[in-house]
Design a protein around this ligand. Structure first.
Ligand code: GLU
Length: 279
């Protein structure tokens, strides 16, 4: 199988040094393996995605010296595919509609709990017994994690990144306690969560290795579970070190000071950026 990897930014702000690290590393690994490098625009968050940020992604990556396959896949063009995945899960009784707002969840979590002790902030299951036929506009669609882990043999994945290198097996108890009934979308078709959309697209694009920051390592367990539920292949993963600011905080989109465009405007070269991210 041809080594195929991707860089999958959300066009919700300028790319920063952390993105440069993911994109450069993925591109380098694809070149070294004689494989493919795919760019995917993850624009399902319509409240935050903007065309000018998408334009800047192309400009920043080209300036860094990267090339990618055309046409670029944009998630807003793939909504039917995500809807099919949600429908598949619904038909197997694995998702339920949830009308809880943040404050409802906080209130439920502060009440005395029975049964397994959930990790802090994990959804307590208030709407879990609601059937899909009861769904209403504005409801979130949540995965019934208990039912999901019972419905398949636990899959695993190979991690190549140094910090967690090795083989990881999913553990049903940890999925229930640490991830719980994750939101996969909303009743309205145009709202699908990143975790699901990304799993569907990684399979559709034939991705064999996912290269991204270590902050997404925990999400991998949910994504590998979704691959199992949807009968999709599980790629290898490589989570790289995080690029931190001077105070040791992880960089976020709003840290414009670390934006690639800003360094470019100040006269930095792509080689300088490579050095800054430790490549
Ligand atoms: N769109 C996600 C982000 O920008 C990508 C995560 C991933 O690589 O899976 O954080």
């Amino acid at each position: 199988m041809t080594f195929t990897t991707r860089f999958a930014p959300s066009p919700t702000g300028p790319l920063h040094l952390g993105h440069a690290c993911s994109a450069l590393l993925a591109h380098d690994m694809a070149c070294a393996a004689g494989g493919r490098f795919v760019l995917r625009i993850e624009d399902t968050d319509t409240s935050r995605a903007r065309p000018q940020w998408e334009e800047l992604i192309y400009k920043d990556l080209a300036w860094l010296g990267l090339t990618w396959e055309e046409p670029v896949l944009r998630q807003s063009d793939q909504l039917e595919l995500y809807h099919e995945a949600l429908t598949q899960l619904a038909q197997r009784g694995l998702i339920f509609p949830c009308s809880c707002r943040r404050r409802d969840i906080r209130a439920a979590l502060s009440a005395p709990q029975e049964g397994a002790k959930l990790a802090p902030g994990i959804y307590p299951g208030t709407c879990r017994n609601r059937p899909m036929s009861d769904r209403k506009p504005g409801d979130a669609l949540r995965l019934n994690m208990g039912a999901a882990v019972q419905s398949l043999d636990m899959p695993g994945f190979t991690e190549l990144g140094a910090a967690h290198a090795g083989q990881h097996q999913l553990d049903p108890d940890r999925l229930i306690i640490e991830i719980g009934d994750a939101v996969l979308g909303r009743i309205e078709l145009e709202t699908v969560s990143y975790v699901l959309a990304s799993v569907v697209d990684d399979a559709a694009q034939g991705i064999t290795c996912i290269i991204r920051g270590k902050d997404l390592f925990q999400i991998t367990f949910l994504q590998v579970l979704l691959q199992g539920l949807l009968n999709l292949p599980t790629p290898d993963y490589h989570h790289h070190h995080l690029i931190r600011d001077d105070q040791g905080k992880r960089l976020a989109k709003r840290d414009d000071a670390r934006a690639i465009a800003k360094y470019r405007a100040e006269g930095a070269t792509p080689q300088d950026i490579r050095q800054m991210v430790g490549l």
